[in-house]
Design a binder for this molecule. Structure first.
Ligand code: MN
Ligand code: MN
Length: 475
């Protein structure tokens, strides 16, 4: 074969034209954008600090949206283009009516606002050895050993016997007491913990939250005096009786605010960045829209971490209710076929985080195909496990459409899977929208420490995700 040897410059030109380089976002940002990325991280941190649970997130979304002119759909006038829904105080949606008729297309970004945590059981309070504790039942995929020997807060609400609701937030203020789950000292841990598998080292029924230790003063022969003191304190503070705790949703979450991480402040460290990093990016994008080319919807869903079941999750009719409302608002005939027709021509992003390559655990990653921290928003064509089981697997045509939108808008993005094939896997809400006929793909920032009490996100990736979602709405 008579093949000509390429010169250095020819080689470089060919390489530049053909190869997709892997480069971090930061050096490719303008000075202005680098500044903006840090400002964005500050506003993001403010948001997640006041929105640790799905209910708090719905409230924060509603407050910000109403300030930016979004109207609850029932109160909206025909000329209103910015609409707001909340459902059961645990799911929300925002829409901005676009130029094109909704029968042509709608664009949806769906994020979730629930995060792994410990929920209080229905009969939580008990006393043992003159200490009072709360029984918990974990929610979502946690490593139980993450939750012991650390300050914890309690967030949620109690619906009292008279039907009134008491919001609870304990353990966040600088002078608030916090709560904790005791762990065994290393000196005595050998048989009960150290020799066990990590997954069994802290059994779920030992995730009991310490809540008190001073017995209520009374007659000599009484029992459970600490427990009674705690009930008395709850009664004095909130007017609660023990039975009220049955009609309650109290979530135990890591106490304290988010932090910048690193001497260069490259990262945000916080609980619940899966998936409030995406929820905030999506919120930020839709709040900034004027009149988009097609109608834009932002969905903030509950229950993703436990399979999207429940009437506030992605499998529920909440989304259909939102689209029917938009159809009514836009004067389209309310027909089931009309709804399905819209789904079939619509586009969506499942806004969810993915796993960034952790240099400590490279053995679970496929370095050529997993997301890199600081390399921008990551599109994940398919999730699932094993042979793409349970995956949506976006079509090539749709991946191409998004790629072109992002390239023409200067979005710095990467494409990745989550871990080696057969290593594990996971799912998102994508497949539930795909079922409805909508083209959808997963896209979000890569995280380290995902599902831990202190998840890590790179500020460049957070910033690029917000940009990318906006470009999707405008593309
Ligand atoms: Mn998620
Ligand atoms: Mn998750």
């Amino acid at each position: 074969m008579n093949e000509k040897r390429l010169s250095k410059s020819e080689w470089k030109r060919l390489e530049k034209g053909l190869c997709r380089p892997k480069r971090p976002v930061w050096p490719r940002l303008s000075a202005k954008d680098r500044k903006e990325a840090f400002l964005y991280a500050n506003s993001y941190r403010e948001f997640i600090d006041r929105a640790k649970t799905e209910r708090e997130t719905v409230k924060a979304i509603r407050d910000l949206a109403q300030k930016m002119g979004f109207m609850p759909v029932r109160e909206a006038k025909a000329e209103d283009r910015r609409l707001l829904w909340t459902f059961k105080a645990k799911a929300a949606a925002l829409a901005v009516i676009g130029k094109a008729p909704i029968s042509e297309e709608i664009r949806i970004i769906a994020s979730h606002i629930d995060s792994p945590r410990l929920d209080l059981k229905q009969n939580p309070l008990y006393e043992e050895e003159e200490m009072a504790f709360l029984k918990t039942h974990y929610y979502g995929g946690i490593k139980k050993f993450h939750w012991v020997a650390r300050p914890l807060a309690i967030h949620g609400l109690v619906v009292k016997g008279d039907g009134s609701t008491v919001p609870i937030e304990l353990g966040e203020g600088p002078d608030d007491p916090v709560f904790t789950i005791n762990d065994i000292l290393p000196h005595l841990a050998h048989k009960v913990q150290t020799e066990k598998k990590v997954s069994e080292a802290v059994p779920a029924e030992k995730l009991n939250v310490l809540i008190g230790g001073i017995p209520l003063l009374g007659p000599e022969d009484v029992k459970d005096a600490v427990r009674l003191r705690i009930l008395k304190a709850l009664n004095e503070r909130y007017g609660l009786v023990e039975e009220d705790l049955i009609s309650a949703e109290l979530e135990v979450v890591p106490a304290g605010p988010s932090r910048d991480v690193g001497l260069d402040r490259a990262f945000v460290g916080a609980y619940g960045q899966d998936d409030r990093s995406c929820a905030y990016a999506c919120l930020n994008s839709i709040l900034g829209l004027e009149v988009p080319p097609v109608t834009a919807i932002a969905l903030f869903l509950d229950k993703e971490e436990i399979g999207s079941d429940g009437n506030t999750g992605a499998k529920s009719s909440f989304f259909e209710a939102v689209v029917y409302d938009i159809m009514r608002h836009c004067g389209s005939p309310i027909k089931a076929k009309g709804l399905v027709d819209i789904f079939m021509v619509s586009k969506a992003i499942s806004a969810d985080v993915t796993a960034g390559i952790d240099p400590n655990y490279k053995e679970v990653h496929e370095e050529r195909n997993d997301a890199l921290i600081g390399h921008g928003i990551c599109i994940t064509k398919y999730t699932g496990s094993r042979g793409k089981y349970s995956a949506n697997d976006a079509h090539a045509e749709y991946v191409n459409w998004l790629r072109r939108i992002w390239n023409s808008s200067g979005i710095l993005w990467q494409a990745g899977e989550m871990g080696k094939v057969d290593e594990g896997g996971g799912g998102t809400v994508a497949k539930y929208f795909a079922q409805r006929g909508i083209d959808i793909i997963d896209a979000g920032p890569p995280l380290l420490n995902m599902h831990s009490p202190f998840e890590i996100a790179h500020k460049a990736d957070l910033f690029m995700s917000a940009r990318a979602y906006k470009a999707f709405y405008l593309g």
